[in-house]
Design a protein. Structure first.
Length: 54
């Protein structure tokens, strides 16, 4: 599915099984766990989204 890239705010790809996040614009390639930590650190507005996946 498409999610918002935490770096460039363009559409990034989240694997259906949540195994990875990739952005073709700024070349982010990380696991979903890393992504969660990254965006939680970067922007507290994302915490509402994260609570859906606990
Ligand atoms: Zn990006």
């Amino acid at each position: 599915m498409k999610i918002k890239c935490p770096d460039c705010s363009k559409p990034a790809e989240l694997a259906d099984d949540f195994s990875f996040v990739k952005c073709e614009y700024c070349l982010i390639d990380m696991t979903y766990g890393e992504y969660v930590k990254y965006i939680a650190y970067k922007d507290s507005r994302y915490r509402d989204i994260l609570s859906d996946y606990k």
